[in-house]
Design a protein around this ligand. Structure first.
Ligand code: TMP
Length: 216
């Protein structure tokens, strides 16, 4: 009988603006590669050609350009395309997937901070992911004033629409991620992103070893 590759594992990184997710996603991918694990690194909104086009609508322009429910619909349209065209084929081929943001960002940005009812978001997310859910979610926790200061270093160019949503919004984002991590301790690990970069990477490696059985 032909052998099929075992399904890869699906890891998501979540957190507010400037928490260092992209840097840590890169470091995690190389750490896994050193252990012989082939990874696909991807991001949301985006991660497939169609979803990247939707991303451009979402992250540029005035903060009030879309209301939170419209954002949720667009995020999940992008997510559906990303899951179907990028994430699922990689997992099916036995690759591990590291995704910078996923469904928790919708629950937090459009839900806790944006006011869309959780039940509405859960229904949209279920339609988008159709059973493809993370094995492990790393929540990078950082005070929003520190994160926004880092994010405003200019690396996002014109992608500043969410950054400009105001202090109360970003405080709610931090609180929302912490609440999800507390409610789902089996799936989520919270990491102190205020530490030096190497210490954050070490905490992430330890969580991945412990939760997913990768040799340290
Ligand atoms: P990024 O700057 O981490 O690439 O993410 C772009 C912005 O999109 C970020 O401010 C968070 C926001 N976002 C949501 O509001 N909802 C979502 O579901 C996702 C994936 C991102």
């Amino acid at each position: 009988m032909a052998e099929t590759a075992p399904r890869g594992r699906f890891i998501t990184l979540e957190g507010g603006e400037g928490a260092g997710k992209s840097t840590q996603a890169r470091r995690l991918a190389s750490w896994l590669a050193e252990r012989g694990i082939d990874c696909l690194q991807t991001r949301e909104p985006g991660g497939s050609p169609g979803a990247e086009q939707i991303r451009a609508l979402l992250v540029t322009g005035e903060p009030g350009r879309w209301d939170a429910a419209t954002e949720a619909l667009l995020m999940n349209a992008a997510r559906r395309d990303h899951v179907v065209r990028t994430i699922r084929p990689a997992l099916a081929a036995g690759r591990w997937v590291i995704c910078d943001r996923f469904l928790d960002s919708t629950l937090v940005y459009q839900g806790y901070a944006g006011g869309v009812p959780a039940a509405t978001l859960q229904a949209l997310i279920a339609a988008a992911v159709d059973g493809t859910r993370p094995d492990l979610t790393l929540v990078l926790d950082l005070a929003p004033d520190r994160g926004l200061e880092r994010a405003q270093g200019g690396k996002y160019g014109t992608e500043t629409r969410f950054e400009r949503k105001g202090e109360a919004f970003h405080a709610a984002v931090r609180d929302g991620f912490r609440r999800i991590a507390e409610q789902e301790p089996g799936r989520c690990a919270i990491v102190d992103a205020g530490q030096p970069e190497d210490a954050v990477a070490a905490d992430i490696a330890a969580a991945v070893s412990e939760r997913l059985g990768v040799p340290p």
